[in-house]
Design a protein. Sequence first.
Length: 172
Amino acid sequence: MNDIAMAKAQLREEILFQRKRQQVSANARLELSQNILMLVERLTPNRVAIYSSYPSEPDTSMAIEALVTKSIPVLVPETHSDGSLSWHELSSHVQVSLQNDDLLLIPALAVDLGGNRLGRGKGYFDRELEKVLTKKVYAVVFESEILTKVPVESHDRRVSGVVTEAGIRDLN
């Protein structure tokens, strides 16, 4: 393991430890959902590709519910053992391909001010971002996870912005 990979592994461990100890208020969950909806309103994508959050991640469930209620097509990812992702339309479960005008809201453990994203280390979303041309790629993190610098390797892909409970930041 090289120095950058070791730094990433250590940062992942620290952030996951903090997330386990963190108490996220109902108000913070609501504010995150509202910020996601404000971003959708601002960018007016035809569809929103968004992950279903794990309990330790910023909660995307309220935003997904609101998007469905507003009849905005929602795509959710499915991971495969070969390291790939497929996307399914939530309302129909039909597998679809991402399009250049879709908004992608992807998970991260941290993001730096240059748009570098630290994921969980499996590379699912980095590989997916290599294939799509959209500039509408936002990581979803807690505000405390926006860092000055995140360790980066050549295969890592940048995001164009970040959404937190505190707001929306455009980065690239």
